[in-house]
Design a binder for this molecule. Structure first.
Ligand code: AVJ
Ligand code: FE
Length: 447
């Protein structure tokens, strides 16, 4: 794509900021004051913290850093600094009340729209291709996903509704179980995607040996076989820390599942329902994903394998922006943006398949990979070390592909998410892989 003209960039930035704000408003207006200020889980902030944090970041980056205007409310910076206060401690802070947070948000956004209108969109790294505006819109959407997790953890009457995902495609039944990805080089990461964040850069070549990857994410039905085969009671499937976690917390199924009268039920945004067998499994930790894969005679894909399966076009040797090509995600490509409040059945979104035929890489569920979150060769922190750099290391595992809860602006073939391997309140699932010379599924020693 040629460099967009400044007016197109401005429109795109405005649209991204406006879309994010509509979602933020919905997530914070559908519950009462008490639900906004309460802490629904020690893992999460009160919703009203996210609300003001979104605007405080917007003020810091767009009003102060980009426009060079004086601070509006510098005295609240420290309250909304994620590094100063762990989530569990945030309810005790002197937070802005919901009405104050809303008027602060309106004030900041009003100024930001002026800044967007009159600032040249080139000449400084933060301004090039309106990067800072794209970064702030992505940040807001990331917190909208975080707030949706808080909604999922909240007890009480349902506050959110959405239409069911399309039952498009013939389902997973007619698809091959796995796809072969040929050996060879591919380009990982990006140096050209205008709003890619620092950890996705730069583009570089990786040589990946031949491997096989699941055509669709692991479903609830498949995961149930692991449970029913005693998966949670056999130490041999588990990494030591994972085994310790499930013993300590008596974990025997994905988060939000419970067994009642011989049936598995789950709670989803305040509603109890039978666990749907054909839907990608959700709310599993990295340890659960890793144990399932070992039980199945397989393994998690590495991050580079995941990205090659998603982006490599064998016909041209080029890496695509998305599995389906270079077009921005549309509603037929992937389940993104909280349009639906659940993953779509495995095998859905045929138009979103990769050139090799892998399905649902983008949207539905974040996919755990076996990889630690590490910088690419040539990484440079931008525009601040605390976005990615301080999280690099063996403590965090990479997730890829985005969930139904994340907006397209914060999801790309190159986008990298990360979390602690014990986390399961996030919208996480996985698919499995195997080396080319490992036993095929169904073969002795295979799954
Ligand atoms: C990239 C999702 C891990 O939520 O901690 C939000 C995104 N960074 N505010 C997070 C983020 C700063 C980040 N993740
Ligand atoms: Fe943040």
């Amino acid at each position: 794509t040629a460099a967009a003209d400044p007016e197109a960039l401005r429109r795109r930035a405005l649209e991204a900021l406006t879309t994010a704000r509509a979602r933020t408003s919905l997530l914070t207006e559908c519950v009462d004051e008490r639900d906004l200020t309460a802490q629904h889980s020690p893992l999460m902030s009160p919703l009203v913290w996210d609300l003001a944090h979104i605007s405080n970041q917007e003020e810091q980056w767009l009003v102060r850093a980009v426009a060079g205007a004086p601070a509006i409310r510098p005295e609240i910076d420290s309250i909304y600094d994620a590094f100063e206060h762990p989530r569990a401690a945030r309810p005790t802070l002197p937070l802005l009340a919901p009405a104050e947070a809303r008027s602060y948000a309106l004030d900041v956004r009003g100024r930001v729209l002026d800044v967007l209108e009159r600032t040249p969109l080139e000449g400084r790294p933060l301004l090039d291709a309106a990067f800072a505006f794209g970064m702030v819109a992505q940040h807001e959407q990331q917190h909208d996903e975080t707030m949706l997790i808080t909604h999922q953890l909240r007890r009480g009457a349902p506050a959110l509704t959405a239409p069911e995902p399309p039952s498009g495609g013939a389902g997973a039944a007619g698809l091959p179980a796995e796809v072969r990805v040929p050996a060879g080089p591919f380009t990982m990461g990006t140096s050209t995607e205008p709003w890619a964040l620092d950890n996705e850069r730069p583009a570089h070549v990786r040589v990946v040996p031949e491997f096989f990857i699941d055509t669709v994410p692991v479903t609830n039905g498949a995961y149930l076989e692991f449970i029913e085969d005693g998966g949670y009671t056999e130490q041999r499937w588990w990494a030591p820390e994972g085994w310790a976690q499930i013993r300590e917390h008596s974990i025997a199924a994905p988060l939000f599942w419970r067994r009642e009268g011989g049936q598995w039920l789950r709670r989803r945004f305040g509603v109890g329902e039978p666990v749907p067998a054909d839907e990608p499994v959700l709310h599993v930790s990295w340890y659960e994903a890793d144990a399932y894969a070992r039980w199945a005679g397989r393994r998690l894909p590495t991050e580079e394998e995941w990205e090659k399966a998603a982006r490599h076009d064998p016909a041209t040797g080029r890496s695509l922006r998305y599995p389906w090509g270079d077009a921005d995600p549309g509603p037929d490509h992937a389940n993104l943006g909280q349009r639906h409040l659940r993953p779509a059945a495995a095998g859905s979104y045929p138009a979103g398949r990769s050139p090799l035929g892998v399905r649902q890489l983008i949207g539905d569920v974040w996919e755990w990979t076996s990889s630690d979150f590490l910088p690419y060769p040539g990484f440079a922190a931008f525009p601040y070390r605390e976005y990615s750099e301080v999280f690099f290391g063996p403590g965090h595992k990479v997730l890829r592909g985005g969930s139904f809860a994340v907006d397209a602006v914060a999801c790309r073939g190159t986008f990298r998410n990360w979390d602690l391997p014990v986390r399961r309140q996030i919208f996480s699932g996985f698919r499995t892989a195997r080396d080319a010379d490992a036993a095929a599924p169904g073969a002795p020693g295979g799954r």
